[in-house]
Unconditional design. Sequence first.
Length: 411
Amino acid sequence: MEANSRHQTELPYLTTDLSGIGGVIKRYDEDFLVEEIPLYSVSGEGTHTYFTIEKRGLTTLAAIRLIARALGRNARDIGYAGLKDAHAVTQQMLSIEHVEPTRIKSLGLSRIRVLSVSRHGNKIKLGHLSGNRFTIKIRRTVASPLSRAAPIMDVLAKRGVPNYFGPQRFGVRGDNALIGRAVLQGNYDQAIALILGRLGSMDQADVRKARELFDAGDLEASAVAWKRAFPEQARICRALIKSSGDARRAWQAVQHTLRKLYVSAVQSELFNRVLARRITGIDRLETGDIAWKHRNGACFRVEDAAGEQVRCYTFEISPTGPLFGRRMTEAHGAPGQLEAEVLNESGLGKEQMHAKEGTKLDGARRPLRVPLLSPDLDADNDDHGPYLRLSFQLPPGAYATSVTREICKQD
């Protein structure tokens, strides 16, 4: 079993007593629609051009690279609020400074459509969004899926959606956290081997060949094979060759954003483990908890769990889990003990979760649950056959797969 699927099947459901509908999501790109909800209105004035795009079958970063190349700019010049799925039709707002709106409007790129253009006074930064609205069609379900899905949605609307990090957080092969853990433990040989080798069942075509060659020790041929499919991996392989096999130096050739992604995936995995062990009580506080205020994201330590519980039932506040790092506020009491146990079981210590090779892990708290807003569902047919349609809104950083896995009961 791949690391990704193994990790997901270890995560318990909140609605485990309710039968799922089975089925598949993302059978077609148009089955998964995502609309980003901006954090603020665009003023219409300023040096930054804001533009909303609709992309299909592309990651956000791939779309940004295509747009930057068409404009003759660097990809880092383009601001974005969040990353959106590749296998979907998604709408999100981007920004770039000192580019005329007419140039943006005239872009003619495959799988990218410009929906609107305006101006504003600042660059869009990561997190500059109010949330995301999802419309998802689930196909190949059991008969009469509405009767099963409706009570599940009712529970999620009342108690909240488990705030698991979704499988996309851990990469296609599910090994992002494995790579990050190896780095935090100082095992760079293992990290580079996972990035460039360690053939898996999901690897196909050029990627399969590149990994086979790396595992066989033919780095030159592996670098050539990687270049045909993934230039970033080819560059890392070349760095390993140039450093005479020094994996630590090759790690420095990994783009900073990817280095951060790998080590932060460890934070995500450990958070999921804590949430999995508290899943039955995601709407109940314990003394020593760090509580999350949903209104503004502020946190406070819970000294009187019974006294604060009413605010938890009304979804004003929720218990949190750890994103381990040097600035994270630690829980006390039973919640703190559980978090310490999960970290200890991972084979990592607090100091290892602070930083590695210039990649800082500041740490934070993350709510164990998020509200399911504007939920709706119905069943219908289209040209591809019958489906169950889910519609709902989630706060930033929450994964729609946390809803669909509860509905479907299969990963």
